[in-house]
Design a protein around this ligand. Structure first.
Ligand code: AMP
Length: 417
């Protein structure tokens, strides 16, 4: 049987590939007007970057990461029955998200020296999570993300949200089809007490919660807000609200974010159940949803503030915030709202050979046309002139140059539109 793509992965072909190119182009244009610069980090990192950064008890780290081993290290682990003998730097994982790697890079290269302006970085590329594949939920998917490292003020949080909205709009998604959800996760001063309240609440309702949520009471109570189980969702709608537990500093930051968004004319849904799947968030978290795609996969992107992440990764204190948007979700939102996908550019010139014996002269003319900056093509299959015209038509070529022996002898070619 011929091989196919692994489960949950896609080949990006034709219009999808062009859309991915467009998304990268739009991101570059929009983000650079906001002062962001491209960063490329490796597609895999030392696993601990993710487990310490994102959190051991998250689904992303606990269940969904693709572990990477060199052949030799894999064999060693098999022989010994465990990974224990491997060194830290030999235990690698494909990146499930981009933030931990970017913050690792910022620490490694001291991108935010004391007293410097924030480092504003964006990235684009594949991420890997072993999730149950479905429409808009893949095992290899593409994210575009941005991080603003060293920023503390609510204006930075709001700038992120506005930049993300601008990206969607430039891609062709209408503002009225986007929903902006915002919440605060508090910080070290106020979240621990809130976590305890949620844990108590989970224990009180254990009979009505799924096994995962009962486990979460011990490991990570706030994750219960993310549970997709309808029974759990119902129970959690009555859970204590973080906004009732925020310390004065976090409450002030949250109010500023809401006010700044209102000043920028962004309608916001304040959603206290928005906790997002990663442990590193503090204070602002946000998510942009499409009102046009099914609820389970309606999140087009999201992010938040992670003021403790640098320290979790062994760096000095460095505040920051960021977002990631899912390219495949954007593609679905565009498809479902009937927005035309980008078409291939038409060809400028098709160089046709009247007879095979002029192919070499035609080939050299083809190079001249391309060197002049026009897109050009010729036949490489020995086709008849009639077939070459058909192909030129199919490629929607604006001009055909016909190279024939008689014209060549006079130093001429025929040009047709
Ligand atoms: P996260 O990194 O979990 O905050 O996700 C940010 C965005 O990436 C989401 O809002 C989705 O648009 C997208 N995303 C996350 N996981 C997947 C996945 N498995 N497949 C496709 N897109 C995803």
């Amino acid at each position: 049987m011929p091989y196919t793509t692994p489960e949950g992965t896609n080949d990006l072909l034709a219009s999808q590939a062009r859309l991915w190119q467009k998304a990268q182009f739009v991101a570059k244009q929009v983000f650079e007007t906001y002062g962001y610069e491209l960063i490329e980090t490796p597609k895999f990192e030392i696993t601990e970057v993710f487990s310490r950064g994102i959190g051991e008890a998250t689904d992303v780290v606990g269940k969904e990461m693709f572990v990477v081993r060199s052949g030799a290290n894999y064999q060693k682990a098999c022989e010994q029955g465990s990974d224990e003998a491997l060194k830290l730097k030999q235990k690698l994982s494909l990146r499930p998200e981009g933030t931990a790697g970017v913050v690792r890079a910022a620490i490694q290269h001291n991108l935010v020296p004391q007293g410097a302006a924030p480092a504003k970085l964006y990235y684009m590329g594949p991420m890997f999570r072993s999730e149950r594949p479905q429409r808009g939920r893949l095992r290899e998917f593409h994210q575009i993300g941005a991080e603003c490292l060293g920023s503390t003020e609510a204006t930075a949080d709001v700038e992120m949200i506005l930049m993300l909205l601008r990206f969607y709009e430039e891609m062709g998604i209408k503002r009225e089809n986007l929903r902006v959800l915002v919440n605060s996760m508090g910080d070290d001063a106020c979240r621990p007490a809130y976590r305890e309240r949620v844990r108590d609440f989970l224990l009180q309702h254990s009979d009505d919660l799924c096994d995962d949520c009962n486990r979460r009471a011990d490991t990570n109570p706030l994750r219960a807000f993310d549970c997709k189980n309808p029974g759990c969702k119902h129970v959690m709608s009555e859970a204590p609200k973080i906004t009732d537990y925020l310390c004065e500093a976090c409450a002030h930051h949250h109010r500023e974010v809401i006010d700044l968004l209102a000043n920028a004319h962004v309608d916001v849904v304040e959603d206290f159940s928005l906790v997002r799947g990663l442990d590193y968030y503090t204070r602002t978290v946000f998510e942009i949803q499409s009102t046009e795609i099914e609820a389970a996969n309606s999140a087009l992107g999201g992010g938040g503030r992670y003021d403790n992440l640098s320290e979790s990764l062994g760096g000095k204190p460095m505040t920051g915030l960021g977002f990631a948007l899912g390219f495949e979700r954007v593609a679905i939102a565009l498809e479902d709202s009937g927005v035309e996908l980008p078409l291939a550019d038409n060809l400028d010139v098709y160089v046709a050979c009247a007879t095979r014996d002029v192919a070499h002269q035609a080939f050299s003319l083809l190079q001249d046309v391309r060197n002049a900056g026009l897109s050009a093509e010729m036949d490489h299959q020995g086709k008849s002139l009639k077939s070459q015209f058909k192909i030129a038509d199919k490629l929607q070529s604006r001009f055909a140059i016909i190279v024939g022996p008689d014209e060549l002898a006079q130093g001429n070619v025929t040009i047709r539109n």
